[in-house]
Design a protein. Structure first.
Length: 70
């Protein structure tokens, strides 16, 4: 039972760390577009591919012996 509680804290810290990294990335993206005086050229398709690529990379870290979808 005690091991389950420690995993909960690990998941919580990992989620918070990921959220902070995402916020920092968004701020840097916004600042870089302000610096270049242009809009960021990210379409919905590019963001979708980036999201699925990130999930795929994380999946391979979680279970390196299996390929998702196979």
């Amino acid at each position: 039972m005690e091991e389950k509680k420690s995993n909960y804290k690990l998941y919580l810290m990992g989620g918070l760390f990921g959220a902070v990294i995402g916020i920092i990335a968004a701020i840097l993206l916004e600042k870089s577009s302000e610096y270049n005086d242009s809009e960021p050229n990210l379409s919905r398709e590019k963001l979708t591919k980036l999201g699925f690529g990130t999930v795929s990379a994380l999946w391979s870290l979680i279970d390196p012996g299996k390929i998702p979808g196979k």
